[in-house]
Design a protein around this ligand. Structure first.
Ligand SMILES: C[S@@+](CC[C@H](N)C(=O)[O-])C[C@H]1O[C@@H](n2cnc3c(N)ncnc32)[C@H](O)[C@@H]1O
Length: 223
């Protein structure tokens, strides 16, 4: 994707507003990613003690902004590694004046550095990059090394909800969740033909659904 015009200026305006945080700018190779802890203070950031849910790979923010609008009683922390796309998400949250939606430009490699253990009630993985090459498997957000991190971040009773259009990635995810001791529930091989209610459609989901592709979905609970 081409770098957006006036990107730095737009990012600066969103940071000034307070709805966009930019973290880890000085550690591009993750060498110091989790060595130190710099936990975010959710109560201070959101101004309340409401439950926090985490979206990883939030893209342009259609999902997190809709979730925040529909559920003002929960706080949404949406993480995305690309400034080029998260700027759209942050501008969306600002234009809708969503006080319960905070965008964080950060790579998932840093989760343990910034997010306190047992602090999030749900993790959403929407259309995460499938990284089809075998040699990139460890970058997939459902690789077992990430699933172990998510276990630490989730509060008791917490869950992971995943959606994807990619069958191979979904199969890989099912195996990784099982291998890591998660209990799977509400697994669907065609979400839009199922009786699941309350689905919030993401940008990628809309694109794949328009192409007539099925959407795979699962919920996973640490065992
Ligand atoms: C295919 S897009 C999906 C965007 C959005 N969730 C949706 O459903 O429309 C995947 C997004 O995840 C982001 N991403 C991939 N790996 C990531 C990582 N390790 N940490 C944070 N974001 C990541 C990418 O930059 C990209 O914006």
């Amino acid at each position: 994707m081409r770098r957006k015009a006036r990107l730095d200026e737009r990012v600066a305006a969103c940071r000034e507003d307070g709805r966009l945080l930019v973290l880890n700018v000085d550690d591009r190779h993750f060498q110091r990613a989790v060595e130190t802890k710099e936990y975010l203070d959710f109560e201070k950031l959101f101004g309340n003690k409401n439950p926090v849910v985490l979206e990883i790979g939030a893209g342009k923010g259609q999902f997190c902004c809709t979730l925040a609008k529909n559920f003002p009683e929960i706080n949404i922390l949406a993480i995305e590694k690309s400034s080029n796309v998260i700027v759209d998400a942050a501008e969306k949250a600002i234009s809708l004046d969503l006080k319960n939606c905070l965008l964080v430009r950060c790579d998932a490699e840093y989760l343990e550095r910034y997010i306190p253990e047992g602090s999030v009630s749900r993790i959403y993985l929407n259309f995460s990059c499938p990284f089809p090459k075998k040699s990139y498997a460890s970058h997939r957000l459902t690789h077992r090394r990430f699933l172990e991190v998510y276990k630490k971040l989730l509060a008791p009773g917490g869950e992971i909800h995943q959606k994807t259009d990619n069958r191979e990635f979904f199969e890989f995810s099912l195996c990784e969740f099982s291998q890591s001791g998660y209990i799977l529930k509400n697994v669907s091989l065609d979400l839009h033909a199922s009786d699941f209610e309350g689905n919030i459609v993401t940008e990628y989901e809309q694109r794949f659904t328009d192409m007539g592709l099925p959407i795979y979905r699962l919920e996973a609970v640490p065992g």
